[in-house]
Write a protein that binds this ligand. Structure first.
Ligand SMILES: NC(=O)C1=CN([C@@H]2O[C@H](COP(=O)(O)OP(=O)(O)OC[C@H]3O[C@@H](n4cnc5c(N)ncnc54)[C@H](OP(=O)(O)O)[C@@H]3O)[C@@H](O)[C@H]2O)[C@H](O)CC1
Ligand SMILES: [K+]
Length: 717
């Protein structure tokens, strides 16, 4: 190392992490400073601490009256249960303004109400609730802290594990200790100093001081090695909960979850080489499957009826190729893709992908021709700029394109919903292993990891994380010791993050369906039913013959369950079951029943109501013997609706009967098993339409000129 380099090194090593210090309720910055100054110089000289007064003058008596001089301030006000706050938004704005003006700050140090705020701010920042104009909070010191209790804020603050290094002081006799302990669960690897005092800023004793010094040293190092800081952080010693002190290998999980492997950049490239070397996959093949996975993941979450206009921004490498393929599949799925592909790679593979898109009349836009405000023109932005070979910082024109995505997400979208950002494999601009190091990168709504997630995916905090690239053969799984989730059924993608929490009351679909007109429906409701049933089959809906059967006992108490329609004709709707089940008992007491078919994919439902009777014994016999032998045995084993001691008993009986009938002899239909037929008296065909103006067409029987006919009425939705 040369002299100048050595000097620079020393300079950096001396750089002190800068903390904004937030004082307790109804005290002030100077009081907190006085308390903190009880700490030894060996700690204080290593930190740059800035103390600020809270925005609101104390609205009542302060606990420190007579001990410290006024004025006293508070950050926000709250109700008795601490579940409702006043002036919280103003408080956040005040802190953000202060940080903009006096920053940058590396971390927050808080006591009591200031600690509650400090601990919540990284989560609120990650969710874009506040501190969007300042760099990411990298470190926390929490003294006598707790969680926010206001439910909607709490959900945002703690729903993702908080990863920034944090030091927590827990006082033995502090009334907040249980809450401070609970807060630890929201943090990944919090460091804890236990002290014997109550709700106060404690002195640092023989046990606390080394932990504190160790923490300070490590955050200094993290500052020094800012691009790799987190990894170094995790490899040291100290009182670190959860993860024992150990070096972290590239494929080892930094998260508690050990159910999936995260790949380093090198491993991702090695897997790629193995696929395309000894395993003889071509890049075209893998790209096709990767792009298809991305398109199916998008279609799973963002329906084309609502999110139709797609902009795919494609980079020069294979990640860009995945974007081109995904755009083509999205076109075929009914979306309207537009492609921005500013640095075309002159290779036959990419040329072909471009020609294929052009043949579908998919427009290509130059980066400079993109509209100023892309939020107005697109519903989905596919980030296919860089994948696992990204290194350094983005070069033009991608630096600008990435910035557009970032600023778009920061903007306040008061009037319309902003487009969603979907990153393929890596959020472009993120370090492949360390993630969004400075906290000012893209924050995708969806990440589709390919083959296996890369290490940076651990920092992904958006609502939808999927895995795609269902082409990994067992030999690669073994060679690289991969843990991957199973893909469902024939799907090209699988969700790997926890599904987003939904507000049930906000779930609503704006149905778009063809018109259902009373003058165009079939005169016979059975013919209308058959027509719609054929549509449901053609649309590949799962179990279109599933219907909710509602029955009621003699007192009128109703019950419903799903059964499968096994036949329909002019005589009625047939299903089979156990004649000793609850529904059978209810039907014997009250033969009135209702069937409901719901074909969600077509925005349709059909109600059929009428009287139920048993089908003939021959019909039941015939159907019973047409079933798979396993189902026949199952029907004998199950004493439907009776209480049983466990699942095991079913298996035991099943095995016994399986052995008994292993000679393929006829399995006799049990007496208690057979069919029912509902003879329809009323039908109603429902079709969802925009703005809740649904179609409802009812068929009811009437007698005209001595003839029984079906009367057709439209009902109000
Ligand atoms: N096996 C799999 O998992 C498959 C993955 N696929 C996808 O492929 C990418 C990886 O593709 P690769 O071509 O290796 O790399 P990238 O797409 O990340 O891009 C490399 C190009 O980007 C340039 N680059 C790199 N850094 C920068 C930068 N800072 N600024 C501008 N440009 C940059 C780089 O140029 P260099 O001159 O720097 O080398 C390349 O031109 C993977 O992530 C998946 O998405 C396959 O499609 C399927 C199999
Ligand atoms: K990307």
């Amino acid at each position: 190392m040369g002299k100048q380099e050595e000097r620079n090194q020393q300079k950096i090593e001396k750089k002190k992490p800068r903390f904004l210090c937030l004082h307790g309720f109804r005290t002030n910055g100077q009081i907190m400073k006085t308390q903190i100054e009880k700490w030894p110089p060996s700690v204080l000289e290593k930190l740059d601490l800035v103390f600020v007064d809270a925005p609101f003058p104390a609205n009542g008596k302060s606990d420190v009256e007579g001990i410290f001089d006024p004025p006293y301030y508070e950050w926000f006000q709250f109700n008795k249960e601490f579940t409702e706050y006043t002036n919280f938004d103003e408080c956040l704005a005040y802190i953000e303004d202060y940080m903009v003006e006096h920053g940058p700050f590396d971390g927050l140090l808080g006591f009591s109400q200031g600690a509650i705020l400090s601990a919540a701010l990284p989560g609120l920042q990650a969710e874009g609730v506040t501190l969007t104009k300042v760099p990411k909070i990298n470190f926390l010191v929490i003294i006598g802290g707790a969680k926010l209790k206001e439910p909607s804020l709490a959900e945002k603050a703690y729903s993702c594990p908080i990863r920034c290094p944090s030091l927590h002081f827990l006082g033995e006799t502090d009334f907040l200790k249980p809450y401070g302990t609970e807060l630890l669960e929201s943090f990944v690897d919090p460091v804890v100093i236990h002290h014997p005092k109550g709700h106060t800023v404690p002195r640092l004793d023989d046990k606390g001081l080394p932990t504190m010094l160790d923490f300070v040293e490590r955050i200094q190092k993290a500052g020094l090695y800012s691009r790799t800081g987190f990894r170094r952080w995790c490899s040291g010693s100290g009182e670190v909960r959860g993860m024992a002190s150990r070096p972290v290998s590239s494929v080892e999980s930094l998260e508690s979850s050990d159910s999936i492997t995260y790949l380093s950049q090198r491993e991702a490239a090695e897997i790629d080489e193995t696929l395309m070397g000894p395993l003889c996959f071509s890049v075209d093949q893998l790209m096709e499957l990767a792009g298809l996975s991305v398109a199916t993941a998008i279609a799973e979450v963002y329906r084309s009826s609502e999110y139709n206009r797609v902009l795919a921004i494609c980079g020069p490498g294979n990640n860009g190729g995945d974007g081109l393929v995904a755009a083509r599949h999205l076109y075929h799925f009914g979306y309207k893709p537009v492609v921005c592909y500013p640095k075309r790679t002159p290779k036959p593979l990419y040329d072909g992908l471009v020609i294929q898109l052009e043949s579908l009349s998919v427009p290509f836009l130059l980066a400079e021709d993109l509209p100023m405000d892309i939020s107005n023109d697109f519903d989905i932005l596919v980030d296919a700029m860089f994948g696992f070979s990204f290194h350094g910082t983005p070069r033009p024109p991608f630096d600008d394109l990435i910035q557009r995505l970032v600023s778009l997400q920061k903007r306040d979208h008061m009037r319309q919903k902003p487009p969603v950002v979907i990153s393929i494999d890596i959020p472009s601009g993120w370090h492949v292993e360390e993630g969004d190091i400075n906290g000012d990168g893209i924050k995708p709504d969806m990440l589709v990891s390919l083959t296996a997630p890369k290490l940076c995916a651990k920092r992904f905090c958006g609502p939808h994380h999927f895995l795609g690239g269902r082409f990994v053969p067992p030999s690669i799984v073994e060679k690289f010791n991969l843990k991957l989730p199973p893909y469902p059924s024939t799907s090209m993608c699988v969700r790997i993050g926890k599904p987003p929490q939904v507000d049930i009351s906000a779930l609503r679909e704006n149905y778009i369906s063809p018109e259902l007109r009373e003058d165009q429906v079939e005169a016979d409701p059975l013919a209308q039913f058959e027509k719609w049933f054929a549509d449901a089959v053609a649309a590949c809906l799962k179990e279109p013959n599933a219907m909710a059967l509602s029955t009621a006992d003699k007192s009128g108490k109703p019950s419903s369950r799903i059964v499968l329609l096994k036949g329909v004709d002019k005589d009625g709707f047939v299903w089979y079951t156990n004649y000793e089940s609850q529904k059978a008992r209810e039907i014997s007491e009250n033969p009135r029943a209702s069937l409901l078919f719901y074909w969600g994919g077509l925005n349709r439902q059909v109600r059929v109501e009428g009287l139920v009777e048993k089908v003939s014994e021959e019909e039941s016999e015939q159907y019973f013997h047409s079933r798979p032998r396993g189902s026949q045995i199952g029907a004998i084993v199950s004493k439907q609706s009776t209480v049983i001691p466990g699942r095991n008993i079913l298996h035991l009986e099943y095995k016994e009967l399986e052995a008994k009938f292993s000679d393929r002899s006829l399995i006799p239909k049990p007496k208690h098993w057979g069919g029912y037929r509902l003879k329809p008296e009323h039908f109603e065909f429902w079709q969802g339409q925009q703005s809740r103006l649904h179609d409802r067409i009812r068929y009811s029987p009437e007698v005209t000129d001595g003839k029984r006919v079906w009367k057709i009425d439209r009902l109000a939705p």
